[in-house]
Design a protein around this ligand. Structure first.
Ligand code: C2E
Ligand code: MG
Ligand code: MG
Ligand code: MG
Length: 290
């Protein structure tokens, strides 16, 4: 985008220099403001957890959800986690926000349980959290307070996190030994995903949305997705397909043997009360007819 701006500046002459540089200023100041606001977002009640159902391909039931963080900035309104998580990581608020997420998810899991819904939650864990020695204790405390076991949580980490070095592998092994399942998120988008699978054990891989969206209506097969599912199964892992938006994708992924499915086709991420309604009314029964 910066290159394009330079190009247009050169093409169109002087006036545009001011326009583009002021846009750049705006972007920089937005980042600064967001970064500062994130430091008090949790204590100001600006954070909320949404939950996206994950469907088991074999039973057709929703027994798992992914916890996805939502933030409403006091000046900019709703901001996507894709934008604010990196700012939180850079600005020193990620650990605090991560703690808030873990506590919120465990409280919500207990609430679901009290309402007769047994759920596992997949929680996204930032590299900074993983490197923080306090993480296992924090997880254990939040579970204990709410009468939950480590098996209730799946920790999602990305390949980028694995690239940060050896110490990460130790942290992951410790978490696995404590009973947490580990899921490799956005599988296939990082560098040499396969080599990481040799270095340490995960329980699940999540095929990234970009591969799933490559499956077009009318296609009868997709070699890449088929191969990833087979690879996962050969390594004894469960395979989740994320970003399932279309009926055709859903059907093909089931046919190719994916274990679990997640995406707008099944449901968007929902606030806790709406999720309970979704599960209680078995609104996903629709998908059993596959
Ligand atoms: P992710 O972990 O890969 O989460 C999946 C993202 O895909 C979510 O975006 C979800 O809303 C979106 N999604 C799910 N199904 C579909 C679909 O069918 N179509 C499309 N187009 N999108 C779909 P979201 O909620 O905006 O989160 C973006 C990323 O932010 C997440 O990607 C995750 O990396 C990060 N994130 C979200 N919550 C947290 C959190 O609590 N902690 C940390 N560290 N990162 C988080
Ligand atoms: Mg995730
Ligand atoms: Mg993902
Ligand atoms: Mg993704």
């Amino acid at each position: 985008a910066a290159d394009l701006a330079m190009f247009q500046v050169k093409e169109n002459g002087r006036n545009n220099v001011f326009r583009y540089s002021s846009q750049l200023d705006e972007r920089v100041s937005r980042k600064k403001v967001l970064g500062r606001q994130l430091l008090s977002a949790a204590e100001n009640g600006e954070l909320e957890m949404h939950y996206q159902p994950i469907l088991s391909a074999s039973t057709g039931e929703v027994v798992k959800v992914e916890a996805l963080l939502r933030w409403t900035s006091p000046t900019f309104g709703p901001v996507s986690p894709a934008e604010f998580i990196p700012l939180a990581e850079a600005g020193g608020s990620m650990l605090g926000i991560g703690t808030w997420v873990i506590e919120r998810v465990c409280t919500d899991l207990r609430w679901f349980r009290e309402n007769g819904v047994e759920l596992t939650a997949a929680v996204n864990i930032s590299g900074l959290q993983l490197m923080h020695p306090g993480l296992p204790g924090e997880l254990a405390r939040a579970l204990k307070v709410n009468g939950l076991q480590p098996g209730c949580l799946e920790l999602e980490i990305t390949e980028t996190v694995l690239m940060s070095g050896e110490s990460v592998f130790g942290a992951l092994e410790e978490l696995r030994s404590l009973g947490f399942r580990i899921s490799l998120d956005d599988f296939g988008t990082g560098f040499s995903s396969l080599s990481y699978l040799r270095h340490f054990t995960v329980d699940l891989i999540k095929i990234d949305r970009s591969f799933v969206s490559g499956i077009r209506p009318g296609a009868t097969d997709d070699t890449l997705v088929r191969t990833v599912i087979e690879l996962g199964h050969n390594l004894g892992l469960r395979v989740i397909s994320e970003g399932v938006e279309l009926k055709e994708q859903f059907e093909l992924l089931c046919h190719l043997g994916t274990d679990e499915l997640q995406g707008y086709y099944i449901s968007r991420p929902l606030p806790a009360a709406k999720l309970e309604e979704f599960i209680f009314n078995r609104q996903y029964d629709l998908f059993l007819s596959k």
